[in-house]
Design a protein around this ligand. Structure first.
Ligand code: A2P
Length: 283
């Protein structure tokens, strides 16, 4: 595997580039626009945004201005917590497409499984939401559909009524929280695992073992963490607003972390934060 435009294949045959460009916490306007444009120039072909990030408009503008043919790009957005339920999902998806200036997305995800507002009936609400998402999929407005921050019980509940199984589960996933149980569940169900916050939102970069391994391979700490994710078979979604970092983070294909260093990184559980429990969020 040689580069940023290499792909994995989802269960429905759709190809997904092996690294995505993350935009969580990237402010709308010039920052989001320039970051996405830099990422596309650097060779990324997979951009990950969400209605909640508030930057879909700038992301869409950068995509358009890049001049890259739409079919060469993979664009993901997500349904926010306020918009669960059949009718609301339809409205929210339409608004996301409008903001992005696109007539389809490559992947549409339910952002969280159990929003506070729907906590008493999340199973039913997710089933209704999913029904709308299956329609977007059948109509070709979403080339793939999936979930984010879902644990096994949330996916099991969804599968009770789903006609189409989720193709992706996007998780907070890095050496500080390997989410082993849910990653194994994803694998058993042919669900591709995407890794957001692969750098632990930056908190993993300064850890001594990461720094030492970076030195050994003559790479940056960020490159080590992204490569770690890639070698585990996840699709990392590193975020940056700096052109240098953006380029660097996509340049992880010319080295391999050996088994013992992978194990050292695997041993950093809890060292830079854990995934939030989706059943007790206050949003
Ligand atoms: P910035 O956005 O200011 O460029 P994660 O992808 O885990 O959410 O981590 C994102 C954080 O890591 C951001 O604060 C980002 O900074 C920082 N970051 C991203 N790439 C690098 C890099 N190559 N070197 C140092 N910091 C980086």
């Amino acid at each position: 595997m040689a580069g940023l435009s290499d792909t994995f294949t989802l269960t429905n045959g759709v190809k997904i580039p092996v690294i995505g460009f993350g935009t969580w916490q990237t402010p709308d306007g010039d920052v989001a626009y320039n970051s996405v444009l830099s990422a596309l120039k650097a060779g990324y072909r997979h951009i990950d945004t969400a209605a909640y990030y508030g930057n879909e408009e700038s992301v869409g503008k950068a995509i358009k201005d890049s001049g890259i043919p739409r079919k060469e790009l993979f664009v993901t957005t997500k349904l926010w917590n306020d918009d669960h339920g059949y009718e609301k999902t339809k409205m929210a998806f339409g608004k996301s497409l409008d903001r992005l200036g696109l007539d389809y997305v490559d992947l549409y995800l339910i952002h969280w499984p159990n929003p506070k507002e729907f906590r008493s009936n999340w199973q039913k609400t997710n089933a209704e939401t999913w029904k709308a998402m299956e329609e977007f999929y059948r109509e070709g407005q979403a080339k793939a559909i999936g979930v984010s921050n879902f644990r096994a019980k949330h996916i099991d509940a969804l599968l009770e009524t789903a006609e189409i199984a989720p193709m992706v589960n996007q998780l907070f996933l890095n050496p500080s929280d390997m989410e082993t149980g849910i990653v194994d569940f994803n694998d058993d169900h042919d669900i591709l695992t995407e890794a957001y916050s692969p750098l632990g939102t930056g908190n993993l970069l300064k850890l001594q073992p990461v720094q030492e391994i970076a030195k050994k391979y003559n790479k940056s700490a960020a490159q080590i963490l992204i490569r770690w994710s890639f070698q585990h078979g996840f699709v990392p979604l590193p975020k940056s607003t700096h052109e240098e970092y953006i380029k660097q983070n996509g340049d992880i294909f010319d080295f391999e972390i050996d088994k013992s260093d992978m194990q050292t990184l695997d041993g950093l559980q809890g060292k830079a934060g854990l995934a939030i429990d989706p059943d007790t969020t206050d949003f």
